[in-house]
Design a protein around this ligand. Sequence first.
Ligand code: GLV
Ligand code: MN
Ligand code: MN
Ligand code: MN
Length: 412
Amino acid sequence: MSFESLWADQSAIGRHPETGGYTRGGWTPTEREATHWFLNQCAARGLPVESDSIGNLIAWWDPEDGRGAPSTRSDASSGSSATPGIVTGSHLDSVIDGGAFDGPLGVVSALAAVDRLRAEGFTPSVPIGIGAFVEEEGSRFGMPCLGSRIATGVLSAEKALALKDRAGIGLGEALEKAGIDPERVGPSPLLQKMGTFVELHVEQGRGLTAPVGVASSIWPHGRFRFTFTGEANHAGTTLMEDRHDPMLTYAMTALAANKQARLAGARATFGRLSVEPNGTNAVPSQVTAWLDARAATDDVLQLLLAAITKQATERAERDGTTLEVTPESVSPIVDFPAGLRNRLVNVLDGAPVLPTGAGHDAGVFSAAGIPTAMLFVRNPTGISHSPAEYAEMDDCLAGVDALTAVLQDLAQ
Ligand code: GLV
Ligand code: MN
Ligand code: MN
Ligand code: MN
């Protein structure tokens, strides 16, 4: 099947009829539908699929009859002929009302690139895997790259199973509903079979002006929960000077975050809010706001958080409210290994190299010591995490060409 047909097929799954966006939280019906689509595509190609304890998937193409899926690294070092493979892929989940490309482009391009290599009669020297990793966005359980964090062991099963979604459903219950045994949650043996990982992804800013680029690094990224507590009271009878209004403290904190991020050349976003009791005619008792902060270095990120927290704390004193700041996830900078990156750049005749402020499973795998690289496909408007996210079909096809060439080079 051509990339165009695969893309049309996949991107019809769960598209919102009005916004045109996708809401594919981990283990929700639309995300499961996309996952089943992937499994069906692999079955149609005769590619065996392995799943780990959290539902990350890798489909293996191993043209050597009887070799099957690759052995683990320890098997390989103990003398087995099988070798860890080259895995490419991305994720099928999305943010709330997200775009079509963030995630699925990497999975569909991987299928198309493998189709191309097989049609050309290429014989890889090591197995090639197509990966689809779960809950990359963290849009359901609040933890970005949840699947890869569990797989690599940077997030323990205990901490993962304590996560709840907005409806109060725990991760364990969500897994059970999806037919996955929560008792088994833990580091993934699949990663032992991942000798190299290459993730193709739509670029999420306007930084790439050529059709395809190569990633240099991923900015450090933190998610912090700010809990502002005040006193609920009557909106009509409570004098303005008598209030302890946590919404005011939050509002000033959002302005401070914007200012401090600008001063630091960084990014700060309050994109999620929860208000108690959430009534029009009541001063709120509590506002919980989630800060997403990113910067070019770990130090700048820490200074940014400190500056925002300081201003918020001073404002809380003035408002007679209190503030608690809880880190929910913090990911340090990821510098992709220069040797692999340069190899990709050479294969792609000097493709541009750029950093990204977006998070990716590739960053988690790289931090876990798996040689990892990323390819970006141009995003003409730079809009992402929105139904308006867009890439030209010609650029997507250039991405498939690039991924095909990279796989061929790495597996020759
Ligand atoms: C995920 O794409 C993120 O960067 O938040
Ligand atoms: Mn994303
Ligand atoms: Mn993504
Ligand atoms: Mn991402």
